[in-house]
Design a protein. Structure first.
Length: 292
């Protein structure tokens, strides 16, 4: 069993981006500028956005954090996005999800200029990704997973990949990317979800499992065949009296019991999470490079 170390892989990607940004600056070109919008005071969202802003600073990007109160109107939020669309200095726009119930996430996502949609959620970018077009912005978590597989030279061609979870953010794009005629890719993919009746039997056929169902330690050892590659997308804080903090972070995979059966597995934390931020930064650099 070998750990797929997302922290180390992300650092290698970010170090490379830092050099690319410095070269752009030295040649008189503009450096990437990411605008992040945060609505309300969701603790997890605040942590995620702070990490993205910090990473921008570390690799030489410019970042702008725009914060709104929980009760901001949908119209005001859409007006701000439109202003960022028109701002030629801004290369990438992300709106941290989830949004308050009175704001339509669909409207917000579709209001972002696809050329600045570095989160890869706009229908135009999803369509381009499905078609395998090179100029698509790919949703950061699936993109990060593909970069991790590439970094470790995981053989995917002809393999059976099982994706557990069908969200538009992770599961669906992950299934498409793994099935695309690319490297990594060229898998035969089974997309499973909460209504799949014979999930255990399907998982036991998998050479690669991507767990993105959002249920702590859902994937058990008896669902994984010997030598499988397991990618754990989930992260949940659960109570643990043995820890000084009173809690610990776990993924969607029962790591302790599953890991010994695998050839490769991502840890939680330190696996997919850092790769998501690295992928977002790659998208933002690409958006800047495309425009300038």
């Amino acid at each position: 069993m070998q750990l797929l170390n997302g922290k180390e892989t992300a650092k290698a990607i970010l170090d490379s981006l830092e050099i690319d940004v410095a070269q752009r600056a030295a040649s008189g070109k503009k450096v990437p500028h990411l605008a992040a919008i945060l609505v309300g005071n969701n603790g997890a969202s605040e942590t995620y956005v702070a990490s993205k802003v910090k990473t921008c600073s570390e690799i030489g990007f410019i970042s702008t954090l725009i914060q709104f109160e929980e009760d901001v109107t949908e119209i005001k939020l859409l007006e701000k996005i439109e202003a960022l669309n028109e701002d030629m200095d801004v290369d990438g726009i992300l709106v941290q999800l989830p949004l308050p119930a009175h704001i339509s996430e669909k409207k917000v996502i579709e209001s972002i200029d696809p050329a600045k949609d570095v989160d890869g959620f706009h229908p135009i970018n999803i369509g381009k990704m499905t078609l395998g077009e090179k100029d698509a912005f790919i949703s950061a978590t699936p993109y990060g997973i593909m970069l991790l597989l590439e970094h470790y030279k995981i053989e995917t061609k002809g393999k059976h990949a099982v994706v557990i979870g069908r969200s538009h953010i992770v599961g669906r794009p992950m299934s498409i990317l793994l099935s695309n005629n690319s490297n990594p890719g060229n898998c035969t993919v089974t997309l499973c979800h909460s209504k799949t009746t014979n999930l255990k039997e399907i998982c036991l056929q998998a050479d690669i499992i991507v767990a993105a169902i959002g249920i702590p330690e859902f994937v058990k050892a008896d669902m994984v065949k010997e030598g499988a590659v397991v990618i754990d997308v989930g992260i949940t804080r659960i109570k643990d009296a043995s820890k000084k903090s009173g809690h610990r972070l776990v993924g969607d995979v029962d790591f302790t019991n599953v890991a010994p059966k695998t050839s490769y597995i991502t840890p939680v934390p330190g696996g997919v999470g850092p790769m998501t931020i690295a992928a977002l930064m790659k998208n933002t650099f690409k958006a800047c490079d495309n425009r300038n």
